[in-house]
Design a protein around this ligand. Structure first.
Ligand SMILES: Cc1cc2nc3c(=O)[nH]c(=O)nc-3n(C[C@H](O)[C@H](O)[C@H](O)COP(=O)(O)OP(=O)(O)OC[C@H]3O[C@@H](n4cnc5c(N)ncnc54)[C@H](O)[C@@H]3O)c2cc1C
Length: 533
């Protein structure tokens, strides 16, 4: 069965970026397609800490700009950083207008302190439930406006283009049933990818299971330029109790005085960085990783909190800890670094446009340059809002294109062979995620990256007919590993044990596309190296 929809703008994804761009395109008629129910399984709904904005008297967009630049390790795009830090207050105003109620104390906005921020600057909603409440308000507001056609439970698998490198639409399938020939074609001259990050290609991640880089796979396959792929941020305090994904314990807990300790109650961060437990995330994650490699255990120590205060401040973390039977007043909390945020993605300009005409991207799947080699905590929601609004403004300035409905040949979009069963795919997916953690994780080297490539080939060979999910995950994993191999230095979240220092030869953002990866793979250099070592 094939269904065709015609639309001027199609948005893929219903996290904060997808919903915001849809709202901001009002009154232009748009279609929003999303894999599950609106907002479901998005990182946005799981966001805890909140949104960074210089709203206090002591703070300023300039200070926010400087903190962001400092953390980004010389790779951020200053225009982009300037844009997000200057627009932060207008984003807060927009959110209040649609009904978001930020936490206040005695009438004043209650601001959290997170890693590497020089000021208390993070606005939150109901403690650590910012994402949940913001997404709810966005959905309610979007539904009321009347210009958005919502298509739920459709997963997008392809971007279509014409010979002029212009995007002509997207093709997907109905997600809930397993009938792969239930194909839907959205014909549209403007497609906006808002599909989120990549966390679930790693064994340890804070991201929802659905978040495994589909946007990057779609854009890469269509030939779009990608950038900064090697930079994956690991959050240092994910709960380590064998639950997948790993529940996140927000940095704001450390902002309120919790500390990091090893099994001997040793506050190891004190010796490593002047900001101690609130050092930038890459530094804390690496310290924890190194301790674990030496056989130590690592914990978040929240014993200074009274359990009622903890519950009031951090209801989500409190729920996770209660489920794990951990008593915050008495017990240490086991933690591990987990893949959390991807600075890299599909390269976009200041208007959110990719290198393909009519293809736009915003939110975590895009890379605007606002984060460089490392993201300042709580800047991602901010960036998602600012660029979603920018895309909408740009598209709204363009005329609506008139074109005839075009049929597609459904056979071209069906898998050529029967794909492997879900059960078998699960096994290989786990193998792939473990490979990424082991070889392309907090620390990498040429040797581990070569090993990763050999493992990817093995998974592909053994799995034979890959499921769509496995195919996407493999492509995204290979792209990230390839980018990590090309950057022969350490910077921000990209730490190479074989090149432990920053090198000014790598002061530029690394742009690549799928052809670069394919020519690298065809040479199989990594294979020879692994065999010879
Ligand atoms: C636990 C956690 C806590 C966080 N806390 C914070 C925080 O406090 N502050 C902050 O700034 N950032 C935080 N982040 C990061 C931030 O939440 C994300 O970067 C941001 O929400 C990403 O928004 P998005 O709209 O780009 O993607 P998402 O919110 O992930 O939404 C992606 C959407 O795309 C859909 N989708 C994906 N692929 C397809 C497809 N092929 N077809 C159709 N639909 C598709 C998904 O179903 C989903 O609706 C946190 C992240 C996590 C995981």
């Amino acid at each position: 069965m094939e269904s065709i929809y015609k639309s001027d703008v199609v948005i893929v994804g219903s996290g904060i970026s997808g919903l915001t761009v849809a709202i901001s395109l009002y009154p232009r008629k748009v279609t929003l397609v999303t894999k599950r129910k609106l907002g479901e399984m998005s990182s946005s709904a799981w966001a805890q800490g909140g949104i960074a904005a210089a709203v206090s008297e002591e703070d300023s967009p300039q200070k926010h700009f400087e903190d962001t630049i400092k953390v980004s390790a010389g790779l951020s795009d200053e225009n982009s950083v300037k844009e997000i830090t200057e627009k932060a207050v207008s984003v807060v105003n927009f959110l209040e207008k649609i009904g978001v109620i930020f936490d206040r104390e005695k009438g004043e906005l209650s601001l959290s302190k997170e890693a590497a921020h020089s000021q208390r600057r993070v606005l939150k909603v109901n403690g650590d439930q910012s994402g949940k409440f913001i997404v709810e308000k966005l959905i309610n507001y979007a539904r009321k406006l009347g210009h958005i056609t919502f298509v739920e439970n459709v997963s997008i698998d392809h971007i279509t283009k014409n010979n002029n490198n212009e995007c002509t639409g997207v093709i997907g399938h109905i997600h809930q049933d397993q009938i792969v020939d239930n194909i839907v074609f959205f014909q549209a001259p403007n497609v906006i990818l808002a599909t989120g990050g990549i966390g679930s290609i790693y064994a340890y991640t804070t991201n929802p299971r659905d978040v495994y880089g589909e946007g990057i796979s779609l854009a890469a396959t269509a030939g779009a330029e990608l950038v900064d792929l090697e930079f994956v941020q690991f959050h240092p305090t994910a709960l380590d109790i064998g639950v997948d994904p790993n529940p996140l314990l927000t940095e704001a807990i450390r902002g309120e005085g919790a500390t990091l300790v090893d099994e001997n109650n040793n506050r190891f961060m004190k010796k490593i960085h002047a900001l101690s437990d609130l050092a930038p995330r890459d530094i804390v994650s690496r310290a924890i990783h190194d301790l674990k490699m030496q056989g130590h255990s690592t914990f978040l120590d929240c014993r200074k909190f009274n359990s009622n205060t903890f519950k009031k401040l951090f209801p989500t973390a409190d729920k996770y800890l209660k489920n794990a039977n951990i008593n915050v007043e008495k017990e240490l909390i086991p933690i591990i670094p987990a893949a959390h945020y991807h600075m890299g993605g599909t390269k976009v300009n200041m208007d959110g446009m990719t290198s393909i005409n009519g293809l736009w991207a915003c939110g975590e799947t895009s890379s605007t340059g606002a984060h460089g080699a490392n993201r300042l905590a709580s800047n991602s929601l901010l960036e998602a809002f600012v660029y979603a609004i920018r895309i909408a403004r740009k598209i709204n300035s363009l005329p609506i294109k008139n074109y005839a409905i075009r049929s597609i040949n459904i056979k071209n979009y069906l898998p050529k062979e029967k794909t492997i069963s879900k059960v078998r795919a699960k096994k290989y997916i786990w193998q792939l995620r473990s490979t990424m953690n082991k070889f392309v994780g907090v620390e990498r080297s040429d040797k581990t990256l070569n090993n990763a490539f050999v493992e990817f080939d093995k998974i592909e060979r053994e799995a034979k007919n890959l499921s769509a999910k496995l195919k996407d995950m493999l492509l995204v994993s290979r792209l990230i590993t390839f980018a990590a191999k090309l950057r022969k230095e350490s910077r921000g979240t990209h730490y190479r044990t074989d090149f432990p220092n920053m090198n000014t030869n790598y002061n530029q953002r690394k742009v690549l596309n799928i052809n670069d990866l394919n020519s690298f793979l065809s040479e199989k250099e990594y294979d020879k190296k692994v065999v010879n070592e």
